[in-house]
Design a protein around this ligand. Structure first.
Ligand code: CAO
Length: 485
């Protein structure tokens, strides 16, 4: 049971900056709770074990993960998403790459001849790159130094590859008991644990594909990279959680995120629907109103809203030529009467077939067809403006071009323009998570091996003479091919 003291402590902090300017506060935010400013925290320790609140202005007390050192063995997308996010949060991410080759994505889907691809640059910002041949004896020595130096090792090699490098859990834990070893794998323990996995395989095996698309079409994969980037996010949460536990336990641990598990976690509501099927049809799915019987598994629901509030993608003015002239429209129950007025069907407010949500469920096709007659008279932005005034939840279908040009996303740092010395300027997605006291700085991706000498000298403390020895050993060069006899 919470003590009085504990309850008092859990009061919201009051020295935060005002969240928004008065003029920007949404008119519909009717109730504003005012907090009284508390006195600054006492200078003496409060017994919580936490340091005293610092006195620096917001955003100037450093970055959230400053001081955390990451040994980054990731490649392609899932692992790099994770370590890029940790780098945005302030961690020092040292990406180990194979000499002469690097992360395979450097050369995949290239848009500028001979330059690092956007595939690579957009997933490896704010990191440092060192090239080491992990199978060379001297290379192994350098890696051991890095294992001792770093807090977290992150990898997403195929199952067994890290062990084959000699970096087994037993070895790492013995060398640095505080190290956290974080891995993305395609599957958890079970029949498929040894399989290699890419994005779409995870979408298919995690329940996304079977529930995406239209009922009368094949399963579909989504554009959102829920298998790769989604699992990278899960892993990042695992890592910061393990770092927090380490502050109590003093020891590292293994963190594993399987892509199948990550996708299934994101498809949680579809497993919910699977169980609801045992108790009758899923009434918010279009097929219910169409009289199509349900099978024994969660069906594909097209663009039906997943929640209890029916929704659809509807055509807007210009749909004949613009593939994105559409809006997502949700007939949320509390604003139903306003919707009836907007679309010109005021009698539906009281008509027994339309007035209440259960009566509407079997008629969703008819209702959305009528709403679409209205949305087709407006552009998606005009429709958004009208509907927003009445608090109708809706959203225009935005193209990547529109998002890339969106000035508000630029202003918040969600889309960032980065300058690269070899390929020139490019856009990247910045940190989608905003911390009020830890601003993110998105830096360009490193060139292959750009920081090799810097890391050997400044991080690992090798002397000039030792660095020369390392270079001479071949540990930083691509392995020599043995000539065929
Ligand atoms: N020096 C020497 N060798 C190195 C090295 C270095 N610095 N870095 C990597 N290597 C070697 C590894 O030791 C391994 O060699 P062995 O197989 O001989 O032990 C090899 O490079 C990498 O192996 P891999 O099997 O991981 O790479 P792949 O391209 O064949 O497979 C992928 C790619 C993604 C299918 C696989 O890594 C995988 O299943 N990963 C786990 C799931 C995952 O993250 N998938 C998402 C990928 S993003 O779509």
């Amino acid at each position: 049971m919470a003590t009085k003291k504990a309850k008092a402590k859990s009061k919201p902090r009051t020295n935060a900056k005002p969240a928004t300017k008065k003029s920007a506060v949404k008119k519909s935010a009717k109730k504003v709770v005012q907090f009284q400013a508390k006195k600054p925290a006492a200078k003496s320790a409060n017994g919580s074990g936490l340091p005293r609140p610092n006195t620096k202005p917001w955003g100037q007390a450093g970055l959230a993960l400053q001081g955390v050192k990451i040994l980054d063995f990731t490649h392609v997308q899932s692992g790099p998403t994770c370590t890029q996010l940790l780098a945005y949060m302030g961690a020092d991410v040292i990406k180990v790459e194979r000499p002469g080759v690097g992360d395979i994505t450097r050369t995949q889907l290239r848009d500028v001849k001979g330059q690092d691809s956007l595939y690579f640059t957009m997933l490896n910002g704010s990191k440092r790159s060192i090239t080491i041949d992990s199978k060379n004896a001297k290379g192994k020595e350098i890696l051991e130094r890095l294992v001792k130096h770093c807090d977290v090792l992150v990898e997403n090699f195929a199952p067994g590859a890290l062990d084959r490098m000699g970096l087994t859990w037993d070895y790492i834990n013995k060398t640095n008991p505080r190290m956290i070893v974080a891995s993305v794998k395609g599957f958890g323990p079970g029949p498929y644990e040894d399989c290699k996995v890419y994005e779409n395989v995870a979408q298919c095996t995690g329940g996304s594909a079977s529930t995406t698309g239209f009922r009368d079409g094949p399963p579909l994969v989504t554009g959102a990279q829920i298998g790769d980037s989604g699992t990278g996010l899960h892993l990042a949460l695992g890592i910061v959680t393990a770092l927090y536990q380490r502050t109590h336990s003093g020891q590292g641990q293994r963190v594993t995120a399987a892509m199948q598990d990550g996708v299934l976690n994101l498809c949680r509501v579809k497993l919910r629907d699977q169980q609801r099927l045992d108790h009758g049809p899923l009434k918010e799915y279009s097929q219910f109103g169409e009289g199509v019987p349900f099978g024994d598994a969660t069906p594909r629901a097209g663009n039906d809203s997943g929640g209890g509030q029916p929704g659809r993608i509807l055509k807007c003015k210009g749909w004949e030529t613009d593939p994105n002239a559409y809006i997502y429209f949700i007939t949320q129950a509390p604003v139903w009467e306003k919707i009836c007025d907007v679309i010109g069907e005021p009698t539906w407010k009281t008509h027994p077939d339309y007035a209440k949500p259960p009566a509407r469920l079997p008629r969703l096709n008819e209702i959305f067809a009528r709403i679409e007659q209205w949305t087709m008279t407006k552009t998606k932005f005009e429709a958004m403006e009208v509907l927003n005034k009445d608090d109708v939840p809706c959203g225009p279908i935005l193209s990547m071009k529109e998002l890339a040009e969106d000035q508000s996303l630029r202003a918040t740092g969600t889309i960032v323009e980065v300058d690269h010395p070899e390929r020139g300027k490019y856009l990247s997605v910045g940190n989608p998570i905003k911390l009020s006291d830890s601003p993110s700085e998105v830096k360009r991706s490193p060139l292959l091996g750009e920081h090799t000498d810097e890391i050997l000298r400044q991080v690992l403390g090798f002397s000039d003479h030792q660095v020369k020895e390392i270079h001479d050993s071949g540990a930083l060069d691509p392995p020599q091919k043995v000539a065929a006899e």
